[in-house]
Design a protein around this ligand. Structure first.
Ligand SMILES: *Cc1c(COP(=O)(O)O)cnc(C)c1O
Length: 229
């Protein structure tokens, strides 16, 4: 099997998993977007993915993205999915149209300032630490409503939704509760703040099925698409 064939086989398998999870949950597959997580893979891998119709890619390190993105097809669009240091945010606004990993007011404000200076608008997902594990990035749920209220007066960034990374478990069923909880909180915060929060970024290679069943509108898939890193 050539690489070409194996990429299309893997892509098809992911699309089938998304479709099956949507069928189970009574959702439309069009409502779920695939973010192809290309971190640690070379520009050639992105070029191949673009040739198979993928257009939106996720990177987790600004430094890697700065080096790689200029070498990739210009039609590729980019989302940041990793924790950001505020001193690198000035580069991020030129590279990414969305950031899934905003985990503090400090980061949100730095992003807004840089986006405004660059004359750009950035879509933002607030990353929520649903499990409460101290090893995880993400906002404590109690801090989210105030940050949402605050965000409405900050220009150049729009909070479009929420993201979470559940604790790893071999058994994807064990992560279902984290996805369901994020959706439940989203519904509550939407009612509280009036911010629609339509987007839910949740689910990766091994647990995208349960994430889609629980309402994910973005799945972030690396390994199942590009192979191991
Ligand atoms: C690496 C990464 C992914 C993709 O993980 P896979 O298991 O390779 O699909 C998704 N989200 C974030 C935040 C990541 O860092």
């Amino acid at each position: 099997m050539t690489d070409q064939e194996s990429f299309s086989t893997r892509l098809l398998a992911i699309q089938e998993r998304i479709a099956a999870a949507c069928a189970k949950a009574g959702r439309r597959p069009d409502d779920v977007q695939l973010l192809a997580v290309s971190k640690s893979h070379p520009p050639e891998a992105i070029t191949e993915a673009v040739s198979h119709g993928l257009t939106i890619f996720g990177e987790s390190k600004i430094q890697e993205a700065r080096a790689k993105i200029p070498l990739c097809p210009s039609m590729a669009r980019w989302h940041m999915i990793g924790h950001m240091q505020t001193n690198k945010i000035k580069y991020a606004v030129h590279l990414f149209e969305a950031v899934h990993s905003v985990d503090s007011l400090r980061v949100l404000e730095a992003l807004a300032e840089a986006a405004s200076a660059a004359g750009r608008d950035i879509q933002v997902f607030l990353e929520v630490n649903v499990s409460g594990e101290s090893s995880k990035y993400g906002l404590a749920p109690d801090d989210v409503p105030a940050l949402l209220e605050r965000s409405t007066s900050i220009m150049s960034v729009s909070v479009v939704g929420l993201m979470t990374m559940p604790p790893f478990s071999e058994d994807p069923e064990k992560t279902r509760v984290y996805f369901a909880t994020l959706r439940k909180w989203r519904d509550r915060w939407r009612a509280q703040t009036g911010i629609p929060l339509d987007q839910l970024s949740m689910g990766m290679s091994h647990d995208l099925d349960v994430a889609v069943e629980e309402g994910a509108t973005w799945v972030r898939v690396g390994t199942a698409l590009f192979g191991s890193r």
